[in-house]
Design a protein around this ligand. Structure first.
Ligand SMILES: C[S@@+](CC[C@H](N)C(=O)[O-])C[C@H]1O[C@@H](n2cnc3c(N)ncnc32)[C@H](O)[C@@H]1O
Length: 176
């Protein structure tokens, strides 16, 4: 079972669920208007559950089936306030199975890797649109993860200067 955070239009949910028939996919988003789009994109996919409203900043009130094998979140952290990072980590720490994975996708700044001109321009544009937005340092994201007992397992460079980050529990929890 995969729990997707910030599914947006639902295109990723439809793509992954169609290619991963052995997985059940639970799409979610904080924007109520997104839910109809997600359901429309996933129409006909038997392994996708109806989209659920989930704001990570208020997720403690959400009742979803737990534990899940994966939490997937693409392109939210830079287009949401920084507080959503810790909230996402807390959600993952609460919902992931002991061997579960948190999978993050998007553009990040990295201390040891020069930022591409495209990502610098994207960062400036985001901050102009909303001062609470902006590309996040991978190191800051991992510090928030460590605060709830998660750590980076894999860092995969993706096209267009994006990263796929796979996180796991530092110590598999017995009561998750
Ligand atoms: C740029 S879109 C990414 C959508 C999709 N994941 C993608 O990669 O195409 C950012 C999404 O984050 C969602 N979002 C913003 N703040 C959120 C929050 N606090 N909790 C959950 N989702 C949030 C927005 O509603 C929006 O759908």
């Amino acid at each position: 079972m995969a729990l997707e955070i910030a599914s947006g239009t639902g295109q990723h949910a439809a793509h992954f669920a169609a290619g991963l028939s052995g997985w059940r996919w639970q799409p979610t988003d904080a924007e109520p208007l997104a839910l109809a789009s997600i359901d429309a994109w996933c129409d006909g996919l038997a392994n996708v559950l109806p989209a659920v409203h989930l704001d990570v900043l208020a997720a403690s009130a959400t009742s979803l089936p737990a534990p899940v094998d994966a939490v997937f979140c693409a392109n939210m952290l830079h287009i949401a306030p920084w507080g959503t990072c810790l909230a996402l980590m807390q959600l993952a720490a609460r919902w992931l199975s002991p061997e579960g994975r948190l999978v993050l996708y998007g553009p990040y700044l990295e201390d040891e890797v020069p930022t591409s001109p495209g990502n610098l321009a994207f960062d400036a544009d985001l901050r102009e649109r909303n001062p609470a937005w902006g590309l996040r340092r991978r190191e800051d994201v991992l510090a928030q993860a460590m605060a709830v007992g998660l750590r980076q397992r894999e860092r995969v460079a993706m096209p267009a200067n994006n990263l796929l980050l796979v996180l796991e529990r530092a110590v598999p929890s017995r009561d998750a």
